[in-house]
Design a binder for this molecule. Structure first.
Ligand code: PMV
Length: 327
């Protein structure tokens, strides 16, 4: 049996605009998904997930999904098995073992579908563990590429390379179209995450921004302004100017809000963080619900978020310099 873990991520800057070729800076955080994989004697796949959400589940299936033996119903299983299936397909291909079957065990510290890259972390860790189980070692870049293909298929073409690349290589990364690279020598980033317990519909939110951008020139300008902000933010990051990084996070949140992807609970958490003295605060990921990210090296923001109506959980999630790793 082989076990790998991979980190989730927050967007320091640039979500949504990245869809239109602008740069974005996602950062890996010290919250991980862990996947164990053991080859089976048959071609079937058995997936066991402990704490992917409040309810764990187990599902065993072969070629015909209708024959699946499932212990909980629903969309959660369907979504999770889509990603696991994709990861298994990639591992079979990379390992030259098209008929390999696996027992897969997943646990995760990353809330599902909340803008923290839970699916990318599961896919990256899954491909790594499964290929190693087949005796093949892939580089972080190859893993990122294969994981991207899975996300791209499962999300029907709506995926950028940001989540999967960031999860595979760790640290702060800069993504612009197909060009993905690590941002070196970044300062410590004391992230605090607030989570409203919900999730936005990424496809719908991306479509909403696209519609506004097509309809209004000033919405298209807003998307370009986010690109300018990310270029400035990358410089601030390299100069270790945390005050400016924070200011630009605030600015980025305002522009995302103008594009229609914030929500009442995200606004409440962003303002609670600012009032508590955070250096900057913004929603992270697709928006519509889910998570905000703030910068605060003290405990004030976390405590303030814990008492904010609409915030279900608040936690520190420091920058993780390490990507996928063997456990
Ligand atoms: O919510 P997440 O972590 O899936 O992030 C979505 C980020 C978008 O820019 C809105 C879409 C994308 O694929 O880049």
């Amino acid at each position: 049996m082989e076990t790998s873990s991979a980190p989730g991520k927050v967007y320091l800057f640039g979500e949504h605009a990245v869809v239109y070729g602008e740069p974005a800076v996602p950062c890996a955080i010290q919250r991980r998904a862990t996947v164990s994989v053991e080859e089976r004697a048959d071609e079937r796949i058995r997936v066991e997930a402990d704490d992917l959400s409040l309810d764990g589940f187990t599902v065993t299936y072969g070629e015909d999904p209708d024959e699946a033996d499932v212990d909980v119903p629903g969309a959660l299983v369907e979504a999770a098995t889509g990603y696991v299936d994709g990861a298994v397909e990639q591992a079979r291909e990379a390992g030259g073992a098209p008929d390999a079957g696996f027992n897969v065990e997943i646990s995760s510290e990353i809330p599902l579908g909340a803008g923290l890259g839970s699916s990318a972390a599961v896919v990256v860790a899954g491909i790594d563990a499964a290929t190693r189980e087949l005796g093949v070692e892939l580089s972080a870049e190859e893993l990122a590429e294969r994981a991207y293909r899975v996300e791209h298929d499962v999300q029907e073409g709506q995926a950028s390379r940001a989540d999967t690349f960031c999860s595979a290589v760790g640290g702060a990364v800069r993504v612009e179209g197909d060009d993905c690279r690590r941002v070196r020598d970044v300062p410590e980033l004391p992230f605090v995450v607030g989570y409203d317990g919900g999730a936005g519909d990424t496809g719908e939110l991306v479509a909403g921004v696209r519609a506004r951008r097509d309809r209004y020139g000033f919405a298209a300008d807003t998307v370009s302004a986010i690109g300018d902000l990310v270029r400035q933010g990358t410089r601030a990051l390299r100069d270790e100017d945390i005050a400016q990084v924070g200011e630009l996070m605030d600015f980025n949140h305002g522009l995302l809000s103008a594009l229609g992807v914030s929500s009442r609970s995200l606004e409440a958490m962003v303002w609670a963080a600012r009032d508590a003295g955070a250096t900057g605060a913004k929603l992270t990921g697709a928006g519509g619900g889910g998570c905000i990210v703030a910068l605060d090296e003290t405990t004030s923001t976390r405590h303030a978020l814990e008492y904010t109506p609409g915030c279900e959980a608040a936690f520190r999630a420091e920058l993780d310099p390490e990507g996928v790793r063997r456990v």
